[in-house]
Ligand binder design. Structure first.
Ligand code: 8YV
Length: 325
């Protein structure tokens, strides 16, 4: 009897064929109300789940008494109740590494686009308003040589430091749970307390996971420690930031600008004050969103899921306490 897998994220034909060889697949194409109803109907027979961008809480997973594994197509695992899953010995896996470089590229895309006002000025051209040489009113800020401040020195933070150090000659400072000697050596990076980093960095970049400890980490007090020429970049999770405080800092000139790929609520509401501000570049959570990387992530998730359902330890097991082996 094949194991039952519920997919709530579409996969490529190649990966779908791979799954169909080994398990019975129920695909939930959309996570609208109808799709969520179909997901709830499918859970009672599910042994495995694969997808992303959906909060799988206890209320929902209590509907899946035979669930053995969840393979998240993401590196972030804030959509899961780790303690609940471990208690039920449901193996949760994620997809680190394969998305590191692409997400760091997104970080630098936002650094450059925000500092040089690329979106604002490209829109000016498109609107037919380029009728004279660009003057000081439209000048941006340099990136090369400026101080890159990274909050959260994990895989993605490291890749951002690499780009800043080798690509743009940027002094790198960072704040993380513990100092990272190897990163300091590779990128001539220097550890700073959070207040020191906020005061010294020209670019303050968030690359840390959303946890109980990081939720709301950057608020009014932290923006007040930044300088008026500081540019704030968030490629982590929206809830790490007090979004009202960010809006206030941008409106009052407390900071120069913000490049944001993640938001308190996603999709970002059309009437968000952030979208009324010219000094904001907002992208729709595209951190890992390239053809190559999303296929690699999905492949990694399929590998993790099939391993777990075969009784093997997934390569990217998040809740190691759930592993019986
Ligand atoms: C996307 C991410 O949310 O990996 C993460 O944690 O935030 C992004 O890569 C995810 O990949 C959705 O599929």
């Amino acid at each position: 009897m094949k194991k039952q897998v519920v997919l709530y994220k579409k996969l490529s034909p190649l990966l779908m064929a791979r799954l169909h060889e080994q398990v019975d697949v129920t695909l939930i194409e959309n996570l609208d109300a109808e799709g969520l109803g179909k997901l709830r109907d499918a859970l009672p027979r599910a042994h495995g789940l694969l997808g992303a961008s959906l909060k799988l809480d206890a209320e929902l997973l209590d509907l899946a008494p035979d669930l053995q594994a969840i393979a998240s197509v993401s590196v972030g695992v804030d959509n899961y109740d780790i303690d609940y899953l471990t208690e039920r010995r449901i193996l949760l896996s994620n997809t680190p590494d394969v998305l590191t470089e692409t997400t760091a590229d997104t970080g630098f895309a936002l650094i450059l686009a925000t500092a040089r006002r690329v979106v604002e000025l490209a829109n000016l051209v498109r609107a037919g308003q380029w009728n004279r040489n660009i003057g000081p009113a439209h000048f941006g800020s340099d990136v090369h040589g400026k101080t890159l401040g990274i909050i959260g020195m994990g895989r993605i933070g490291e890749a951002l430091a690499q780009r800043g150090h080798f690509g743009f000659g940027m002094p790198v400072i960072y704040h993380s749970q513990s100092p990272k000697p190897a990163v300091e050596q590779r990128f001539n990076a220097h550890y700073r307390s959070l207040p020191e980093l906020l005061q010294q960095a020209d670019f303050v970049c968030l690359t840390l996971p959303l946890t109980a400890a990081t939720q709301g980490l950057i608020g009014v007090e932290q923006f007040a420690q930044m300088r008026p020429e500081t540019i704030f970049i968030n490629i982590s999770r929206g809830k790490v930031v007090d979004e009202a405080a960010l809006i206030g800092a941008l409106r009052t000139g407390r900071i120069r600008a913000a490049g944001l790929d993640v938001f308190d609520r996603e999709p970002l509401n059309q009437d968000s004050p952030l979208l009324q501000l010219n000094n904001v570049v907002a992208t729709p959570h595209i951190g890992s969103a390239t053809h190559e990387t999303r296929e690699a992530m999905a492949r990694c998730a399929v590998d993790n899921l099939l391993a777990a359902l075969a009784g093997e330890r997934p390569a990217n097991l998040v809740n190691v306490g759930a592993w019986k082996g």
